[in-house]
Every structure is written in C-alpha cells, then in structure tokens.
Design a protein around this ligand. Structure first.
Ligand SMILES: Cc1ncc(COP(=O)(O)O)c(C=O)c1O
Length: 440
C-alpha cells in the first residue's frame, strides 16, 4: 500500500508557511506534518495514518498521549503551571526521590533538573569541573551530546555541528568510540575492542597529550545514538571504570537517548555491571514534555547554593508527566521493551539473511540499529540506500529515522505491541526491497 500523494495538500501548505517563519537550521527529514497520535500510531494533517518507529527521536516512551500521562499533565496544569526553581513543590521533590531510587549507583543520588538533553550535559560538564577542580575532558568520535556550546564541543557525529561556530569550549579531546563493527585501532591478543580503546586513551592520550591530573571527566553515550546505535563491547565499561578510578576522573554517561527503560533496563549501563559517577537523562523521561536531568552521586554534586540554576528547572507539568511516565515504564513498558526488542532483533536477523545490503543488526531492547553496506567485504556504508529506505517507508506508512552514515534506528514507543512491530517490519522490508532495486 503506497500513499502516492505525500505530502498531502494541507501538509504542503503548512510547510510553505513554516519556511517563511521558522529557522532554516532544523534538520528536517521527510515532510510529515503531525495532526495527532495514539500509542504507536500517528496521523498527518491530511488524515494519513503512519506507524511510528522513531517515537519523536526516542522520546515518546509511553506512546502518544497515554491517558495516564495526559491526566497527570491536565491535573497539574489546573493547579499551577510554573513557580520557578527558587521555590519548592512536591512533584519535583517526588521526581528527585524516584530518580534516586533508579539511579545506576548504590550511593544516594542528587538531581539537577533541566529543560533538555543538551542542558543536562552542560550541567554535567560544569559539575565535573566544579567538583574535581580540573579543566579537561575526554569525549568520543561519533558522539552526540547536544548543540549548546559546551555539549556541542563533545558532539562529533558530523563536522557540520562545529563548522561556523568556533571557538568551541576549551579542553575536550576525542578518542575513537569502541565500534566493534568498524574498529579503527589494532586489538592486542586477549583484549576485547572496548579494552583496546581504553588502552589507547591511557597510552596515547593520557600519557602523551593530556595529563590525567587535568582531566575532570570522560563523557560517553552508554550506547551511541546519533552516531549509529552502536553498542560497545562488554569489556569497555569495566576497563573505563578502572581507568577513571586510577586517575580520579569522573565517569559521565549520557543516557539521554539510551536511558529510561529504552533498552529493557532503566539505564543502558545496567547491562554492563558498572557504576558511573554522573548520568544525564532527557528524551523519554517525561514522554515528550521538555525535561532533562543531571543525576550525580551525592558526594559529587557538591556545588554550593547559587552556583548553577535555571528558571524552568523542575517545571511542575514536566515533573508530573515524568512521574506518570516512570510509573508506566516501571509497571509495564520496560518489560515490554525487553520482550518486543528481542522479538524485533530476531525478526530483523531473519530479514538480514534475505538481504545482502544489511551489514549488521545490533542493539538492546528497543534501541536497535540496522546498518546498510554496499558490499559484505569492504563494508562501505550504503548512505543513499539508507535514505531511500526511509523515504519509501514514509510513503508506505512507516516513520523511521537514520543515524550514523548508513543506519536505520528502530526506537518506537516502549509500549509498542508485537503485532505493531510485525506490521512495521513488513513495511520496512517492503521499502528495503524496493530501495535495493532502485539504488545500486
Ligand atoms: C545522547 C544524547 N545526548 C544529548 C542530546 C541532546 O538532547 P536535546 O536535543 O534535548 O538537547 C541528544 C539528542 O538527540 C542525545 O541523543
């Protein structure tokens, strides 16, 4: 079933209006103009229905307009919309208590609430400098941490994010992200590739370029998102933790995309048995209401009153939405993400067996990446094919997004059912088959 007239007349007219008044910098994909959504389904302004495999870029964790989230927002809006972070309110405190319960370390957690992922990363950077009294950081190639001046300095997934914006923040050195499918460093006997990367940091960066006593933190996305949905090898985090402990460096994990139940556990790091010092969260935390958090060990979040703040931190409606979201993720959707995620991985591996253009299927829970290649030996990224699959999926009623050089990410609402997954994967394979015939 192909929707041949996309975008429809109403969508086309709105896009014309948008171009006249909205910043041209937004990286728009295909011309989808939202009207409304329910669960995993969305409708555009011309009445076309789509299944959503990208969930507002991994944000709509409980599905579109979950009744419990809507009710929490409505009830809070009727009481008060804003009070300012100079004062107190219960949902904010309660959210701090919930984050303390689920934080991926044994020590008590303190949280600084933000309005976005990038602001949570800014908070983590500032906190790390303040706490350690050190200035420098290590980040990773392929990373995405946001677009404000500090966070964007760490972002290294596209040169476009830096071009025209120099000078960036001082003191960030990038190491290669441990991508086991595309290693760039030579592995020694007995090492897994994650350990190789940590050895590189120790031997090539800390010993030769950047003295460890000047390094405040190492910032890394636990599973790399925009860079291609890349899961590092098992040995990476244990080795990184050891390195951080040896030199008094903070381990800062960006869980903006990978956290909040998406991988079938609260945090992606919960799959690796390692405790970080600081984590950042946003996206799925409040089902789409703007909210982020920088969550740190109590002993680390030691900045004094007045040193950092914001007007909207702990916004009452966002906190209410987050509490309802956490409740739903805990009671049903985290488990669902684990089950439907495993089901989807199996189905995708069957699809892979039928299509030479798929190089790798990888991921955890409902954070799944499918990497497309031009040939099995050289593994050259098949960028045009990937973009064409996304377009053809849209025309057939499936919203998808690419990431990395040639990866399609599957990051639907955590509430997606197996039958919706089946429907989406049928469209995905249909689009893939058609794209393979078109793009050589
Ligand atoms: C891992 C990660 N960190 C930070 C951000 C930035 O979040 P925001 O767009 O809310 O500023 C993103 C956004 O995609 C992300 O994926």
């Amino acid at each position: 079933m192909t929707k041949s007239n996309l975008p429809g007349p109403k969508a086309q007219a709105m896009i014309v209006r948008d171009r006249k008044v909205i910043s041209p910098s937004y990286p728009r994909g295909y011309p989808f103009v939202m009207d409304h959504g329910k669960g995993t389904e969305v409708w555009d302004v011309d009445g076309n229905r789509f299944l959503d495999f990208m969930g507002g870029i991994a944000v709509v964790s409980t599905g579109y307009s979950h009744p419990k989230v809507v009710k929490a927002i409505q009830e809070q809006a009727e009481k008060f919309v804003h009070i300012s972070s100079d004062f107190y309110h219960e949902n904010w405190i309660r959210l701090g208590e919930r984050l303390n319960e689920i934080a991926p370390f044994k020590e008590d957690a303190l949280s600084f609430m933000t309005n976005s992922g990038t602001e949570a990363v800014e908070a983590a950077i500032k906190l790390a400098r303040y706490h350690t009294k050190r200035t420098n950081f290590i980040g990773f190639t392929g990373a995405f941490h946001g677009r404000t001046m500090g966070a964007v300095t760490f972002t290294a997934s596209k040169a476009k994010y830096h071009g025209g914006f120099y000078p960036l923040m001082n003191g960030v050195t990038h190491a290669p992200f441990p991508n086991p499918y595309r290693p760039v460093l030579e592995r020694r006997k007995g090492e897994d590739y994650g350990e190789t990367v940590v050895r590189y940091i120790e031997e090539e960066i800390l010993a030769q370029v950047l003295p460890p006593k000047d390094v405040a933190g190492i910032l890394v996305e636990t599973i790399q998102g925009e860079g291609g949905y890349i899961v590092p090898p098992e040995g990476f985090y244990p080795a990184l933790r050891k390195l951080c402990d040896k030199h008094g460096i903070l381990m800062i994990l960006d869980e903006v995309q990978s956290g909040m139940g998406r991988t079938g556990k609260w945090w992606a790091i919960d799959h690796f048995g390692v405790e970080p010092d600081i984590i950042t969260s946003a996206k799925g935390i409040a089902s789409g209401m703007p909210l982020g958090a920088c969550i740190a060990r109590k002993s680390v979040m030691d900045w004094e009153i007045g040193t950092h703040g914001n007007t909207y931190g702990g916004n009452p409606i966002s906190c209410a939405a987050a509490l309802a979201t956490i409740e739903l993720v805990e009671s049903e959707f985290m488990q669902n993400a684990a089950e439907v995620g495993e089901y989807a991985m199996d189905a995708l591996k069957e699809i892979q067996a039928r299509h030479q253009s798929i190089g790798e299927v990888r991921g955890k829970g409902l954070m799944i990446g499918v990497e497309f290649i031009k040939d099995q030996e050289g593994k050259e990224p098949a960028h045009d094919l990937t973009e064409r699959i996304v377009e053809l999926g849209y025309e057939r009623g499936l919203l998808m997004l690419s990431c990395g050089k040639s990866v399609i990410r599957i990051a639907p609402p955590l509430s997606i059912s197996k039958s919706e997954m089946d429907e989406g994967l049928r469209i995905f394979e249909d689009a893939l088959t058609a794209a393979e015939k078109e793009v050589k």
